[in-house]
Design a protein around this ligand. Structure first.
Ligand SMILES: Nc1nc2c(ncn2[C@@H]2O[C@H](COP(=O)(O)OP(=O)(O)O)[C@@H](O)[C@H]2O)c(=O)[nH]1
Ligand SMILES: [Mg+2]
Length: 406
């Protein structure tokens, strides 16, 4: 175990933070992070540099490297969080969402302490995860938020602590919100056993999903035993969410045509459960039809798990019909997956995907910020644009400049 010198500066702290072996969860498909990665070049470039030179250390050691006020702030935040105080949880999530370089480092110190605490709690729990993480996706207007409100209320009524996190791809670019955030969760918002957190309104999707992963850990540390992650079926965000949860649920409204155009085949394959929403009044008949159609469609898809067959159910958040049954299905999924060990295996696999996505993001960022690459990039991009050279040749040249001077 390397020794940390108390006088070690900011760079040293970053090195140690970057040296932690554990990360929370994961991100989606390879290539997902290939979007506009370096929207905050300074911060990103910094973390790119400092993520090199890895070694290992114990989380507690890190506190020594903080200034007195920083130590006091983090200790207060950690204690409040572990005690389940919502204000501390909210502040901790704000900290992991920050772009401020020093605060980012503090966030990582806090996160490591919470991770260590959670790992210990899991050990005491016989190795079983402390919380059940459920992702909910579906087209805008499918009824996700209404569903979460009703299910959330039911669960807090049964003694659970429920947190709701959102991943909203529209918020990254426009600051707007496809999910409508809290608007449909008025009762749950007021519930003392629920914690609702809208999506951060800035950053890349990669950044947002990363902070969501970290927010999940913080929620679990604060004693929330059910974590619901809402996202909308736009772009890659639903794949990102599918890769950070124990169970992925797709919600579809009982309507055909345009509304369902956006549902990708790939995401149906990822669904552990499909819920046909709004199964009430005149919509019961089309909802039944959808249920039949999706049941047949799912049979044609490759099975993801040996202990669970994806199912299609109907529910109405307005009448409450089918809601307890949907939750019973979710619990039965969790029980089967835990009993077979698949849930634990899925989490382990997610950790790895998450690590590789971070590597991919940081390596690409490092590459893009490399002086030789930055110098040659506009010229080569222009040549590719005008067809003067092939994309393959341009890529080869850039990689050559990068490797010869790094
Ligand atoms: N009839 C009916 N309408 C619903 C139900 N759930 C949601 N809605 C309506 O569908 C619209 C979109 O709901 P919302 O929960 O915001 O969808 P989201 O965009 O998927 O989060 C709203 O006008 C809701 O009132 C339901 O169970 N039955
Ligand atoms: Mg919504």
């Amino acid at each position: 175990m390397p020794h940390i010198h108390p006088k070690m500066g900011r760079l040293g702290l970053l090195r140690y933070i970057s040296s932690f072996p554990t990360r929370t969860s994961c991100l989606p498909q390879p290539g997902f992070t290939g979007g506009p990665l370096c929207s905050q070049p300074t911060v990103r470039a910094l973390s790119c540099q400092y993520r090199r030179g890895l070694s290992t250390t114990a989380p507690g050691e890190l506190m020594k490297d903080l200034s007195g006020p920083e130590q006091r702030r983090l200790t207060a935040l950690y204690d409040g969080l572990i005690a389940g105080q919502r204000a501390s949880l909210a502040e901790a999530i704000t900290l992991v969402e920050t772009q401020h370089p020093r605060k980012k480092e503090l966030a990582q110190v806090l996160l490591q302490r919470v991770l260590a605490y959670r790992t210990e709690q899991e050990r005491l729990n016989g190795g079983r995860p402390l919380a059940f993480r459920v992702g909910l996706s579906g087209p805008p207007g499918a009824g996700k938020s209404s569903f979460i409100e009703v299910v959330g209320k039911m669960l807090t009524g049964r003694g659970h602590k429920v947190s709701v996190l959102a991943v909203d791809p529209s918020s990254c670019t426009t600051g707007g919100s496809l999910l409508g955030d809290k608007t449909r969760m008025t009762e749950l918002t007021r519930d003392m056993n629920a914690f609702i957190r809208p999506s951060p309104t800035s950053g890349t999707l990669g950044g947002v999903t990363r902070t969501t992963n970290e927010a999940i850990v913080l929620c679990e540390g604060a004693g929330y035993d059910i974590v619901l992650v809402e996202t909308v079926g736009v772009g890659q965000s639903e794949f990102a969410v599918a890769d950070m949860v124990d169970m992925f649920v797709l919600l579809i409204p009982p309507a055909g045509g345009d509304e369902l155009q956006g549902i990708k085949r790939g995401i149906i394959e990822r669904a552990d459960l499909v819920v046909v929403t709004k199964s009430d009044g005149d919509l019961v008949v089309p909802a039944r039809r959808m249920q039949t159609e999706y049941t047949s469609a799912l049979k044609l898809l490759r099975r993801q798990s040996k202990s669970w067959n994806p199912k299609v159910v109907r529910a109405s958040s307005h009448s409450g019909d089918g809601i307890p049954e949907v939750w019973a299905k979710m619990e039965s999924y969790r029980d089967s997956m835990l009993a077979s060990g698949e849930l634990q295996a899925r989490r382990r696999a997610q950790q790895k995907v998450w690590m590789w996505n971070l590597i991919q993001e940081n390596v690409l960022c490092y590459f893009q910020n490399h002086p030789s690459v930055r110098e040659a990039l506009p010229r080569l991009e222009e040549k590719v644009n005008t067809g003067t050279i092939s994309p393959g040749l341009a890529a080869d040249l850039l990689l050559k400049y990068f490797s010869s001077s790094s």
